[in-house]
Every structure is written in C-alpha cells, then in structure tokens.
Design a binder for this molecule. Structure first.
Ligand SMILES: [Zn+2]
Length: 295
C-alpha cells in the first residue's frame, strides 16, 4: 500500500486470522506483503531477515520456511517456464452496478488497487508451460481487494476453464483470496461461485484434470467454490484455508478451536486437501501429477 489511508476491512490483513467477516477491532494494522527497506520481519517466527534473501527464496522465510505473500505475477514467474505465459482476457474490467460506496467509491477503489498491484483485477489467467507441458493457469492475488471474487475474477476463471475444456488442457488454479465473494458487486459476485463451479463440472465431464493450489489465505466464497473442487488439491505449508475465519467461528460456537485449526497441516490430517507442497517443489509436483494422470 502506498499510503496509510487505506485501513479498511478490504485491505490486506497482516494476520490472516483477521479474515473473519465481523471485522474485529479497527486498530491500524501493519501492511501485508513485503514492506520497504532492506530487512523484514517474518510474521511466523519473528526473525528479522534480509529482504533480498527472502525474494531469492520465492518469498519463503529462510529461517522457518513460512510461505509469505507472493504476487500473482511472481507466482506465474515461479510456476511457469520462462517466457511462456500468454495472458487471456486481460481486457475485462469490473462494472459498478450498485454504485457501491464504503470508505470510498468502488470505482475509485478499483483504480487505486490497479495502480497499487499492477493488476486489472484480482485474477490473472492465461496459458503457459510447466516443464514443457502446456496448461491453462489462473492465479488470484490476495493483495487486490483481498483477492475477492467479483464479476471479473469469476468471468476470467470461467473462460479459463472453458478454454481448458475446448483445448483439452490440464488446469491449474492457484488461490490466494482472503475475501471470498466481493461484496461491492453484491449478488453478481455471489453468482460467480456457481458459474465457475458449473464450468468446472463440464470440464470434469470432458475428462479434464484440475489441480487446485491453495495458498495463504484461501477463504470465503473462493474456498467454498472452485478452490475446493480440484481433482487434486495441493496447499502450501501453514496456509489458512476455510470459509469463515477462525475468530468468527470461535465467537459463534464459543468453544476453543483445536490447535492449528484451518491450517494446511490440520486440513491434510482431516482429508480436506491431498498434499502439502512447498513453493520450491510446486512446479515439479504439478508436472509430475499431470504425467501421472496421463494428461
Ligand atoms: Zn520465519
């Protein structure tokens, strides 16, 4: 974030546990991602680490292995063979059917988010190669209005799935969405869950292979639709994955939540995901899975 004025619910929570819909105390939070300066503090182990070392390590903490935020463009760079990415539907822009206004007008927010992230909306989709295997690939970026799914994210992902079906391509979607459905577009956002899911059902009937990769955080309507529908569901270590945030659940059921609740390791143990894959192994693991499934 370029300025300190954007301290709203829509901004990046420093602590992913703050994704509960109830918002919680409105104290200013430190910015997410990689702040400026030579050093940064890992929010998992608290160690101060050299920023350049972290960047060279795909934004994984060199001390504890915590997988920090990675932008959609960096994700594409780390996942695909160099220079093979070709963007699809990059011209789609969100409408503002509700003329939504919270702390500022939605149209204004979109302009600011575009400037800040360099993305047109919270999803980046296209095609490229993973170790010389052509795939359809989509990434959601939690820095763009929390990676929430509005009309553009839903439409881009749906078209991605449809092209993967037509062209008989393996499909990889990497989710990083703390926001779920984007409330700024109301019902239009909610219907994206069904739209993408329906496209995935047709892709499945056509015999496609969908590998869903969950990163920190994957929450709300994203977790409740396409992100959970993979033939294979991979997750990065310690990623927060769920529908409502842990604070919201705790406040609702008034019970202590189990240790590691909604984290990748807990979800693997309970059968919700298939495998925990380190960022450095993701590319090879996806290539291996495509081969194993004969795609
Ligand atoms: Zn660390």
């Amino acid at each position: 974030m370029a300025t300190g004025e954007l301290k709203t619910n829509h901004d990046q929570p420093d602590n992913p546990q703050d994704t509960g819909e109830q918002g919680g105390p409105k104290k200013p939070r430190p910015k997410r991602g990689v702040p400026s300066g030579l050093w940064l503090r890992c929010r998992d182990c608290g160690e101060t680490v050299f920023r350049k070392t972290v960047a060279e390590n795909m934004n994984v903490c060199p001390v504890c292995g915590y997988h920090m935020y990675l932008s959609a463009t960096d994700r594409i760079r780390t996942l695909l063979d160099e220079g093979t990415f070709e963007e699809w539907d990059g011209d789609l822009l969100a409408a503002d059917p509700l003329e939504f206004f919270d702390k500022k007008a939605y149209v204004e927010r979109l302009v600011d988010e575009r400037k800040r992230t360099g993305l047109r909306d919270a999803a980046l989709t296209g095609t490229g190669m993973i170790r010389a295997r052509r795939v359809a690939v989509g990434v959601t970026d939690s820095a763009f209005i929390m990676g929430s799914m509005g009309s553009v994210v839903g439409e881009r992902l749906t078209r991605l799935v449809e092209r993967a079906t037509e062209q008989n391509l393996p499909l990889v979607i990497v989710s990083g969405s703390g926001g779920g459905a984007r409330m700024h577009e109301g019902i239009i956002s909610l219907m994206q869950m069904a739209k993408v899911s329906a496209a995935l059902a047709r892709y499945d009937e056509a015999g496609g292979l969908f590998i869903s990769v969950l990163t920190d955080p994957t929450m709300g309507g994203v977790a409740a639709s396409f992100a959970s529908l993979g033939d294979l569901v991979f997750a990065e270590p310690k990623a927060l994955i769920g529908f409502a945030g842990p604070r919201t659940i705790k406040a609702t059921i008034r019970l202590e939540l189990p240790e590691g609740f909604q984290r990748s390791e807990f979800l693997l143990e309970h059968g919700y995901i298939d495998r925990i894959v380190k960022r450095s192994d993701m590319k090879s693991e996806i290539a291996r899975s495509i081969d194993y499934c004969g795609k």
